[in-house]
Design a protein around this ligand. Sequence first.
Ligand SMILES: C[S@@+](CC[C@H](N)C(=O)[O-])C[C@H]1O[C@@H](n2cnc3c(N)ncnc32)[C@H](O)[C@@H]1O
Length: 236
Amino acid sequence: MMAQYDHIAEAYNQMRGRIKSYVNTPTLVHVVGNIQGKEVLDAGCGAGYFTRVLAEQNPKKIIGADVSEKMIALARRDSSNIEFFVSNVFDLDLGKQFDVVTSTYLLNYSETEQELGAMCSILSSHLKDGGRLAGITLNPDFKPMKEFQYSRKFSNGKDSFEDGDKVLCELKGDMPFNFTCFYWSKEVYESCFRKAGFSKVQWVEPIISPEGLALGPDHWYNFLENHSPIGFICEK
Ligand SMILES: C[S@@+](CC[C@H](N)C(=O)[O-])C[C@H]1O[C@@H](n2cnc3c(N)ncnc32)[C@H](O)[C@@H]1O
């Protein structure tokens, strides 16, 4: 069966907006923490953009896994020194525990609370005791967008999101594309994290890099009012 991202792999991989460079990258590096000399699994790595960002932080080893064969083919093409696997996270069984597991926009592909719980448990099972699950997901405080901002519109046709809502994500650019993911509240995320064995859960507001801040406060006003990404750190 084709994965959703098999259809949009090239367009997603070519997307290089300011939110990706100036917000998601510094936020992910912050939540992941010091990974020098550590073993890291990037679950839902897509075409490996953030796997490569993290590889620059000198981990002992970093590997990526994603359900989309096309995304993994692009990841392998663009990062010859990193190991990538095609695997649905629900089937992931690497027979190994890592110091850090990262997931950037993966948890919000869980279609039910049960699936979110299963994803968290599988990621937890790949972590050593004391290890960290860290990443970025769709912000539980996010409100549906009425119009495009920053070349993107995330909406559900209503004024607010509720648990389990399907979110239509539309991206403009040279190669416009759409995809759908799912909204979950902090209560649902935190309950799933705790049931998966995480004792400490922390939400981290997006961090804007100095290059991003140089664009001026007006550029970021709408983003800071209603931002789609949020960082999280869970300690096992
Ligand atoms: C928004 S993309 C993010 C890719 C990458 N982490 C990034 O931030 O550039 C979401 C990725 O999650 C993957 N994904 C969704 N559901 C998955 C699942 N059940 N198992 C593994 N990967 C999954 C998709 O194939 C896609 O590559």
